[in-house]
Design a protein around this ligand. Sequence first.
Ligand code: DGY
Length: 319
Amino acid sequence: MKKPKVLVTRQVANEAVSLLETAADVEVWKQDEPIPRELFLEKVESSDGILAMLTERIDEELLDRAQRLRVVANMAVGYDNIDLAACKKRDIWVTNTPDVLTEATADLAFALMMATGRRLMEANRFLLNGEWKSWSPSLLAGQNVYGATLGIIGMGRIGEAVARRAKGFGMRILYYNRSQKQQAEAETGAELVSLEALLRESDYVVLLTPLTAETRLLMGEKQFSWMKPTSVFINVSRGGTVDETALYQALVNKQIWAAGLDVFQQEPVPLDHPLLTLPNVVALPHIGSATEQTRAEMARLAAANIVAVLGGQRPLTPL
Ligand code: DGY
């Protein structure tokens, strides 16, 4: 019997590819750039499974060409690049990679809080530019992290992991979520509040919601106006949750103090983007889960999901 075919849209950990090879003929797109759309459309015609990245759009146009497709394993916890309803209609499994990236992403959220609150990038540029002439009491003074109030928007797994870190930093923790998280409350003392209360009271606001119709542009002019002039805004979810013009205005008008952004509406963010011109913005190229260990785990889990489906089993982490 002919082996099924799996397309892997980027170079991933060898172990993941080896695992896939136990069940399929595997083709890996090895270049650093995403696979060109036209070529992708061509290749899915003969694919039974795709191990996809968040850079690949899985939509009706693609699925119409993918007559053999049985599973799309997204190597990310977010899946706003995939039309779930269109996959469901065609009985195609879609999976993501929850849990394995929780701690790495929470680390990055916390790193951004500290880098932004304590002005690390500015300080580093200051030193490298030869501007450091002497110690001075107000030189590059930032905002306290220890003991501050943290507001978490979207208390999923990553939110809870950020809250656990915040507890160690003696922070008061507020959260805004569709449902109450009793375990997180018991573990970290987090309090469920309205979005407005969270924004008004928090010194650090960390946005962690998935991008959905409900959360698109969740943070706009009104929401930024509720924040304090000393508050820091962090986004490690998806750029689409934030009105970037409103964020820029809030920063320029000193309605908020600084922003740490791992994600943007358009990625890669254009270098002439106004947000990149501000000294109080720490911008990163979507590296929330980017540790060697975590990326290998994500690839392994995505591969295991494909192997399960091709073997007639239910995948491990279906959507
Ligand atoms: C995700 O998993 O959704 C991140 O954005 C990439 O790791």
